[in-house]
Write a protein that binds this ligand. Structure first.
Ligand code: UD1
Length: 427
């Protein structure tokens, strides 16, 4: 298993290219299941989760082609996906357990084929993460769904019907699943209290290019008119806002100055406000976003995670790493996922002072962190350890790097190009 070795103390300076969004790419790839026509996606990042999704789609019968982006590998991958024929409506446990987003195939398979068998995702490091909302929404559209042998077994022999469904809780994945199902349902579907994340908007826009009418894009009520068949389309994936926020925090941690090429401030407004409050400067530039913290110490700020447009839960761990070195205290409250504080004991091994009380963590800034051997527990937790390591005295080794590889493209190369002392240890 690969490990990452980081020697702290270098300021990050230079440029980092922001990759295409992982969380936008995954549902966009699944949308290929809705049609026998070709879907071309530009700016797809090269990540383990994308490879897992390709593997899943291939076993459903999707032909997948991958080519370097328009300007070479630096600009991601262009994927072509064509599901001329669905050869299997089963999403097996072996793949689903590796990546929860696999459950997104449920709605599209059911809508196109009238049946689907999708393994339940099972345990997950960040809380229970059930799929009840996905099931309730599809049932409202006329599906019959049972659980058998660890699988969701869904049927809609007469096809899905448009329906009005109000989410009792905001869910990104359930919104995406239902949007795709609605695209091939008979009649109109209205989704209330839908998620409004930029990744949802990206999927909605791609569905529109594929010939589906989606109204209310960017709002909490989405209205989708089902169609009989979708057409060939081409779509460019939005830049990864979580990667943008992560590098902004890494730069802030090292009091550096970096331009995040392709980054978009409008996708991370709540993060920008929070970081500005902490004493970090973020400016829009012609090529993206410039982040710097050249004068003054970091200030402690309070953060509460919420669905978009609130502060994203996927940046909570990184923000906490940053706050470990702030002047004063910071209260970090996680409202989206239960038990998403696994990074806390690892940060503590580096000298951080964090006290957890229910869903909040009180972070008291310390004058210095010290390098240590630490363990990555999930995707965002692992990168928070890298951020802490960049400012720690001495050497940090992060174990179980496969978590990080699921969501960060060439992290060590991007950091090293800006002056970080970082190395991947193979094996
Ligand atoms: C997506 C993102 C993930 C991000 C999360 C919240 C992808 C591939 N992943 O995950 O990185 O952290 O949004 O922004 O895009 N819930 C239920 N029942 C359900 C579904 C969800 O109770 O049927 C709960 C979850 O346990 C969680 C909350 O709703 O507490 C939000 O989860 P959801 O928005 O669905 O997250 P994902 O789509 O899994």
């Amino acid at each position: 298993m690969d490990r990452l070795r980081i020697k702290g103390g270098q300021q990050l300076k230079g440029e980092i290219r922001i990759s295409g969004s992982k969380n936008a790419s995954l549902p966009l790839m699944v949308a290929a299941l809705l049609t026998d026509r070709k879907l071309t996606l530009h700016n797809v990042p090269r990540l383990a989760d994308i490879t897992t999704m390709i593997q899943l789609l291939k076993q459903h019968g999707v032909e997948v082609g991958a080519a370097p982006g328009e300007n070479g590998h630096d600009r991601g991958t262009t994927l072509t996906l064509q599901a001329a024929k669905i050869t299997s409506t089963t999403a097996p446990y072996d793949i689903v357990r590796k990546m929860r987003a696999s459950v997104l195939v449920l709605g599209p398979l059911l809508a196109r084929e009238g049946q689907a068998r999708v393994s339940l995702p099972g345990g997950c490091a960040i809380g229970a993460r059930p799929v009840d909302l996905h099931i309730a929404g599809l049932k409202a559209m006329g599906a019959e769904i049972d659980i058998d042998g660890g699988y969701l077994v869904a049927k809609a022999p007469k096809g899905l019907k448009g329906a009005r469904f109000t989410f009792p809780k905001v869910s990104v994945g359930a919104t995406e699943n239902l949007m795709m199902a609605a695209a091939l349902a008979k009649g109109t579907t209205v989704l209330d209290n839908a998620a409004r994340e930029p990744e949802i908007t990206d999927l909605a826009e791609c569905l529109v290019s594929m010939g589906v009418s989606v109204r209310g894009i960017g709002t909490e009520t989405l209205t989708i008119d089902g169609v009989k068949s979708l057409k060939e389309a081409s779509h460019r994936v939005i830049p990864d806002r979580i990667e943008t926020g992560t590098y902004a925090m890494a730069v802030a941690m090292t009091a550096g100055d970096v331009e995040l090429l392709g980054g978009r401030l409008d996708l991370i407004e709540s993060v920008v406000q929070t970081l500005r409050g902490a004493g970090v400067t973020l400016e829009k530039t012609e090529k993206g976003v410039r982040v710097h913290r050249t004068n003054g110490a970091l200030r402690g700020v309070d953060v509460m995670t919420e669905p978009f447009p609130g502060f994203p839960t996927d940046l909570q761990a990184q923000m906490m790493a940053l706050m470990t070195r702030a002047e004063g205290a910071s209260m970090i409250t996680e409202t989206v996922f239960e038990s998403r504080f696994m990074h806390v004991p690892e940060l503590a091994r580096m000298g951080a002072n964090v006290t957890i009380h229910h869903e909040s963590a009180l972070v008291r800034g310390v004058p210095k962190l010290r390098g240590a051997e630490v363990m990555a527990t999930d995707l965002r937790a692992s990168v928070s350890l890298a951020i802490a390591a960049l400012a720690a005295e001495g050497e940090t080794t992060i174990n179980r790097l496969y978590h990080l590889d699921r969501g960060y493209e060439r992290l060590e190369e991007k950091l090293a190009a800006c002056g970080a002392d970082v190395e991947r240890l193979k094996g």
